[in-house]
Design a protein around this ligand. Sequence first.
Ligand SMILES: *[C@@H]1O[C@H](CO)[C@@H](O)[C@H](O)[C@H]1NC(C)=O
Ligand SMILES: *[C@@H]1O[C@H](CO)[C@@H](O)[C@H](O)[C@H]1NC(C)=O
Ligand SMILES: *[C@@H]1O[C@H](CO)[C@@H](O)[C@H](O)[C@H]1NC(C)=O
Length: 215
Amino acid sequence: MEQEKPLPGVYYRPAIPPPQRKKPTRCLCCLFSTFLAVMLGLVILFAVLVLVLWLVFRPVYVEANVRTATLSQFNLTAISGENGLTYNLSAVVDLRNPNDRMGIYYDSVEATASYEGMRLGFSSLPHFYQATKNTTTLYPAMSGLSIISLSSSEFQTFELQRRAGSFDVTLELRCRIRFKLGSDFRTASTTMRVRCDMALPFGLPSRGSKCDVRW
Ligand SMILES: *[C@@H]1O[C@H](CO)[C@@H](O)[C@H](O)[C@H]1NC(C)=O
Ligand SMILES: *[C@@H]1O[C@H](CO)[C@@H](O)[C@H](O)[C@H]1NC(C)=O
Ligand SMILES: *[C@@H]1O[C@H](CO)[C@@H](O)[C@H](O)[C@H]1NC(C)=O
C-alpha cells in the first residue's frame, strides 16, 4: 500500500489503532448474546408448549369426598405418665377424576390420621389407575394405640369433644401420581395431597364431607 504524503499545514489526526485487543471480548460478548437469545427462545418455546398442552388437556383438580367415616374407638388412657390414645378409624373416600383427557396413575397412596396436629397412625392403600371421568372409592382404615402429648388446652379440647360425643379428626391421603395424556404419554410423578377435616361422632358413621386437594 502506498502511503500518502502529509500535506503541509494540514492537521492529521493520528490513525485510530485497529481494535485488536478488543476483538476477543467482542467475540465473547457476541457469543454470550447468542447464548442469551437461544435461551430466551427456548424459554418462550417451552412456555408456548406448556400453554398449548394446558389448553388441550385443561387439567382440573381431582375431587375428593369422604362418603362416611367411623370412629369406633377414641379413648385417652394414662400409660406410665403419658397419654395413650386408642383409636379405630375407618373411612370411605371417593376420588373423582373430572378430566376429559387425563388419566391418573396412583403409584402409591398412604393414608394418615391425625388429631390436634398429632399423627395417630397410617395405612398404605393399593396402587391403581384412574381413567378419565372415573370415580374410585378408597377404604382407608387404621387402629392402634398412639402415645401423644397434649397440652392442657388440647386436653380440654379433647374433654369438650368427648362430652359432645364428636371428635375433630383429620384424614390425609398422600398420593404419588403420574398423569397419562393421550394414549401413551406419561408425565413425571408428582405428589397429590388430599386433606379431609372431619367432625366424627363417636361410634356412629359420620355424614359426608368434602376434602381439600392440592398437587
Ligand atoms: C371410650 O370413650 C367413649 C366416649 O368417648 C366411651 O363411651 C367409652 O366407654 C370409652 N371406652 C372405654 C373402653 O373406655
Ligand atoms: C375397628 O373397628 C372395626 C369396625 O368399625 C372392627 O371391625 C375392627 O375389628 C376394629 N379393629 C380393632 C383393632 O379394634
Ligand atoms: C372406571 O374404571 C373402571 C376400571 O378401571 C371401569 O370398570 C369403569 O367402567 C370405569 N367407570 C367409568 C364411569 O368410566
